[in-house]
Design a protein around this ligand. Structure first.
Ligand SMILES: [Mn+2]
Length: 311
């Protein structure tokens, strides 16, 4: 794909145009319901029937090399030609690495060619304007790259783009995918219409914060505890069991924590995937590629590690 390398040469105007175009694709999809035979969305909530194949990419954090390697390994242009093959990214595209903007532009190029089967979830780094934290470099990066216009690009183009990203994805009968983790839900009534609740996170700051910031922890005797991150919570196995039961899914797939490519929590019901390498020399990076047959046959969720590939 020509775009693969040319994203390094995008002007401010070309970047703005591409990202605004993708923002309007996202916003249209959020409103329109069904966008393919197997996919529908409602606001922040994205829902698929089991796809023929599924690829999931974890945090990238400005690591263009890892993104490029994964896209080459899955042969993404052929892969995405089939609309029932899905590619989902778990968020945190920016900060820490050197190529935040290039990662975003490349992803936007893919989205523009394959709008109905490539989806970017939102990470906590894509919500700095909602939940500020210290390690946010992206605005400074933009100012270094585009001078004063970088600030305008951030405010007028990037913030609406980040707000247009989906918060959570359900793959029917298989998995819930989020960036951070499962929100602690104390009122069981929530699950009666959880799809509706998840579709509108703008009016529920707490829900969005937890989806973007939570981490799984192995507790005994309690459901959750405040997070050392200062935002979000640590959620225990009871929360995971509750969500899996009520949504009739087998596995939570999330990113957010650096690890040796992947790790499991909560009796292997929560899988963390991490796909960034350059900014994290002590850790490994990987991605998941699994077919419909394999998803259907999956019994012990630990077995899914067979389908995780190192980069
Ligand atoms: Mn994160």
């Amino acid at each position: 794909m020509d775009n693969l390398f040319s994203v390094f040469d995008y002007t401010l105007e070309e970047s703005r145009e591409l990202i605004e175009n993708i923002t309007s694709i996202h916003n249209d999809q959020k409103l329109q319901g069904f966008f393919s035979n197997i996919g529908m969305s409602s606001g922040d909530y994205l829902n698929f029937q089991m796809p023929d194949n599924l690829v999931v990419v974890g945090d990238l954090h400005g690591d263009f090399t890892s993104l490029e390697k994964i896209m080459n390994k899955i042969n993404y242009e052929d892969y995405l030609k089939t609309e029932s093959n899905i590619l989902i990214l778990l968020g945190d595209y920016i900060d820490r690495g050197n190529y935040s903007m290039e990662v975003l532009l490349f992803l936007c190029c893919i989205k523009s060619s394959f709008p109905n089967n490539m989806f970017m979830l939102r990470g906590n780094h894509e919500a700095y304007h909602r939940f500020p934290f210290s390690a946010f470099d992206f605005l400074r990066d933009l100012q270094n790259k585009f001078d004063d216009s970088g600030k305008t690009l951030y405010t007028n183009t990037m913030v609406p783009f980040f707000d247009s990203l989906s918060g959570i994805c359900e793959i029917k009968g298989f998995s819930l995918l989020v960036h951070g983790g499962l929100p602690v839900v104390e009122d069981i009534e929530f699950f009666r219409n959880y799809k509706f609740k998840l579709s509108d996170m703008k009016s529920d700051d707490g829900l969005l914060e937890e989806i973007l910031w939570n981490d799984p922890r192995e507790f005994t005797g309690r459901d959750w505890q405040a997070s050392n991150r200062g935002l979000g919570k640590y959620f225990g196995i009871n929360i995971t069991k509750n969500w899996l039961n009520h949504t009739n899914t087998k596995l939570i797939i999330r990113g957010h924590e650096p690890c040796m490519g992947y790790k499991f929590n909560h009796d292997n019901k929560v899988m963390t995937l991490f796909s960034s390498k350059d900014p994290y020399p002590k850790f490994e990076s990987s991605y998941l590629e699994i077919s419909k047959k394999q998803m259907e046959a999956l019994e012990l969720t630990l077995d899914i590690k067979e389908f995780v590939h190192g980069i």
